[in-house]
Every structure is written in C-alpha cells, then in structure tokens.
Ligand binder design. Structure first.
Ligand SMILES: *[C@@H]1O[C@H](CO)[C@@H](O)[C@H](O)[C@H]1NC(C)=O
Ligand SMILES: *[C@@H]1O[C@H](CO)[C@@H](O)[C@H](O)[C@H]1NC(C)=O
Ligand SMILES: *[C@@H]1O[C@H](CO)[C@@H](O)[C@H](O)[C@H]1NC(C)=O
Ligand SMILES: *[C@@H]1O[C@H](CO)[C@@H](O)[C@H](O)[C@H]1NC(C)=O
Length: 404
C-alpha cells in the first residue's frame, strides 16, 4: 500500500518432495487454491505476504501483527540509529509555530507530535544531516485563536513561502522531503492554498480519507488518540466481555444514522441512539468498552474517530465500518489480525457477521489487540514503538524514495 512496502524472503513451504506427476499436479492444485484464497482475503490490501514465524522468544512480540515482522524490527532499529529531521526554527513561538498545544482533547495527537519530535533523538540542528524537513505550523493552535479557514490558508502559504525564499532545501525536491502535521481536517484544507504542499510534501493527518485528497503512498495517517485515557488499558479479560457489539455516539454521518436505525432495539448489539458523555462521573462509556467483544467504529463527520484507539486501549476489537480508510500504520500492521474490517453496506448484516466469528478467532484477535496497544499511545517523552515512533517509522519509509 505504501512506497515503503517491505519486501521479504519467500518461505520454505514451496519445496515439497515430489514423487510423481500426479503428486506434483495435486500439489500445484492445492497451492493455487491456497494462493487464490489468500489473495482474495487480501484483495484490498496487496502489500502483505505470509507472516514469517520468528523462532527466537525475544522476538515473540514481532510475530502475527506485522506484515513483515523481521523487516520491521531491523528497519526500525536502523531508523533509531540514523533518522534525522530538521525543524525550521522560524516563526514566533507564541503564535502558531513551534509550541505544542496542550496534550489533551480530540486533537492531542498533533500536540504530542510537536512536543515529541523536539524531545526526541531524531531532531537535528544541522540541515545538512537531515533526511526530512518539518514545517512546524500548528493548525490546531490557530483554531484555538479563532482563526478562520481562509485566514489559515493564507498563513500557511505565507509561512511556507518564507521558508522557500530563505532556505535552499525546499527547492531541491520541490518540497518532497518536507512534511506537515495536522490532526484537524481544517488543517488539511489549509494546506490546499499552496498546491505543492498537497502534491509533493508528506501530509501527516488524522483524516486519511481518499475523498478529502489523502494520497496513500505519500501522506501518512496519524492515529487520533484521545488522551489521557480515563481508565487503564484492557487486557487479559475476555471472560468479562459478554456484550457482542457496542456503539454510542452522534448520528453525524449517513452510516451512523443507518447503524442506529437498523440496530437500536437489538438485544445482542448494544447500539445507542445517542451519545454517552465521556466525562460522565461513573465513566459509563469507557466501562462499556471493557465488557464488549466488538466495538463498532463507523466514520462520523470524518472517516477517522478516536473511538478506534479507545477500542484498542480498552481491549475491545474495533469493527471498522468504512468504504475508504487508510488505517493508521496500515503499511506496517496487518489490521485484519486485530480488527474486523467491513464496508458500509455490511451494516445490515452486522450482527450475523460478528456472530459468525468463532470464539477461538475472537480470542486470537483480542490477544493481538493487546499487542498493538503500545503503537496507539502517545508518551512524553516518547517511548520506543509508541505512536510517535510509528509515525516516525512511516516517515522513514517514505524518505527512502525521496532522498535528496
Ligand atoms: C471568533 O470569531 C467570530 C467571528 O469573527 C466572533 O464572532 C467570535 O466572537 C470570536 N470568538 C472569540 C472567542 O474570539
Ligand atoms: C526557490 O525557488 C523560488 C522559485 O523559483 C525562488 O523564488 C526562490 O528564491 C528559491 N529559493 C532560494 C533559497 O533560492
Ligand atoms: C471482571 O469484572 C469484575 C467486575 O467488574 C472485576 O472485578 C474483574 O476484575 C474483571 N476481570 C478482569 C479480568 O478484568
Ligand atoms: C425501536 O423501538 C422503538 C420504541 O418501541 C420504535 O419506535 C422503533 O421503531 C424501533 N426500531 C426498530 C428498528 O425496530
């Protein structure tokens, strides 16, 4: 799915001992059938190949959930050793540049990134050492200052133009080794005032929906994480997960309206026709994630939602109900190993689809889900394999093809 698609060695399974023509034809037929099934299952998602099983116990965490566990492990280590990013120092830190917003709320991911990159080993003050250039302008911060969308577009354009005139780096690749981070979709739109930003630069965004101009091989999906979490992570707790499916929220999209209309009175799917306040004293909303097997994640006003990372955190298998969604870290993680991926039309058959998942498969999904929790969590300072490092890894994959 991405330019950084990881190659991996072929497994040994293709060298059976063949004693007769009949045997080889049979083998060929079985192999073809298996390949066919395999590729059908992966039709959406052509980047993967069969999981390598790593024997060493220390690498246990690298099995299952990655497309190419060994490649990820080695390439991640190389990234940690080498990756350097230059942050443009320009702009008044009191306005939209350089200073992170508070690290809470729906768009916390943006603030965390700004803070983390400054705290991290990836930052360099020497632009000649840099693989990538960070344009540190925070649309979230502009929103906090009541800036209109039109004003934002002009501010972004003027700022980027000032960098182009002052520094030689943009012109070398017309911005291909530059990136921009925004969690709010207004920030994505604000880049549209400067077409090269859309066309060439890497936009790290929370709303990776193709219909708003997300370019999958170039841009990076930033997970939307609502931190701090009100309650601890879910884990070894499957016996408490007695509700089949759960959703509660605003009906602010067509799919949500249909979801609520079709399933509102169901006895096995707990679908509420309205929102449960997250901040409610007894944390009813969060606790529901603890005793549910599958948490339904339909897109709202945007395709993304913090509900996906809430589900991951609380150990409830996310059920993605979207037609187009480049899920965060989709090119690294095999989402089908810890989530259920459906399209919008599947909403009518939702209950049966979930009931058809064997209990053993649910247990496997849940076990894998707990393994990915670390990748969808921000920390300050950042911690190896956390959300910040995963975003950096996605940037690292992209830098290979735009190296100046
Ligand atoms: C934000 O801007 C709008 C329109 O310019 C204005 O009506 C409103 O009072 C402003 N709000 C704040 C908090 O400044
Ligand atoms: C980069 O290119 C633009 C457009 O050609 C030019 O105006 C600008 O001065 C160049 N920047 C530098 C630092 O040379
Ligand atoms: C299951 O729920 C009960 C009651 O809320 C709680 O005391 C217990 O710790 C839970 N078990 C697990 C494994 O989380
Ligand atoms: C759910 O129950 C309410 C109240 O009884 C009813 O008005 C509504 O039509 C029901 N919805 C469905 C989909 O059956």
């Amino acid at each position: 799915m991405s330019l950084g698609k990881q190659s991996q060695p072929h497994s040994q399974s293709s060298s059976p001992m063949l004693f007769s023509l009949q045997g080889s034809l049979l083998t060929l037929a079985i192999f073809t059938l298996l390949s066919f099934i395999y590729f059908s299952l992966n039709s959406v998602h052509f980047s993967s190949s069969p999981t390598i099983h790593i024997s060493a116990d220390t690498n246990e965490q690298f099995s299952d959930i990655y497309h190419s566990p060994e490649v990820f492990r080695l390439n991640f280590a190389e990234m940690e050793a080498k990756f350097k990013v230059y942050i443009y120092p320009d702009g008044d830190p009191k306005t939209y540049y350089q200073t992170p917003r508070k690290l809470t709320g729906k768009y916390a991911s943006e603030g965390y990134f700004f803070q983390n990159i400054r705290e991290s080993r990836f930052r360099t003050d020497d632009p000649d050492q840099a693989h990538l250039f960070f344009i540190p302008i925070s649309c979230h911060k502009m929103r906090g200052k009541n800036t209109t969308y039109d004003e934002m577009t002009v501010i972004v354009r003027d700022y980027v133009e000032s960098l182009i005139f002052k520094y030689p780096y943009w012109n070398r690749t017309l911005g291909a080794d530059h990136f921009f981070v925004t969690c709010h979709d207004v920030g994505v739109r604000a880049t549209e005032g400067f077409p090269l930003l859309v066309k060439n630069s890497i936009r790290v965004v929370c709303s990776p929906s193709y219909d708003v101009g997300f370019i999958p091989h170039k841009d990076v999906a930033l997970p939307q994480v609502l931190q701090p979490f009100a309650l601890p992570a879910g884990g070894n707790d499957v016996e408490n997960r007695t509700t089949l499916g759960f959703w509660a929220g605003h009906r602010n999209s067509k799919i949500r309206v249909i979801l609520a209309r079709v399933w509102e009175n169901d006895t096995e799917l707990y679908i509420l026709n309205n929102r449960i306040n997250r901040a409610e004293g007894n944390l009813l909303y969060q606790k529901k994630f603890y005793n549910t097997k599958f948490c339904i994640c339909p897109g709202g006003s945007q395709v993304n939602s913090a509900r996906i990372t809430d589900s991951i955190h609380y150990g409830c298998i996310p059920v993605i109900l979207s037609n187009y969604y480049d899920l965060p870290f989709n090119d690294i993680l095999d989402w089908r190993k810890f989530a259920v991926i459906l399209t919008e039309k599947d909403v009518y058959n939702l209950k049966q689809s979930l009931k058809d998942i064997p209990y053993s498969e649910f247990l496997t999904l849940h076990k894998n889900l707990v393994k990915v929790q670390q990748h969808f969590q921000w920390n300050s300072p950042p911690v190896k394999y956390d959300a910040f490092h995963m975003v950096m890894y996605d940037l690292w994959l992209r830098h290979h093809v735009i190296k100046y």
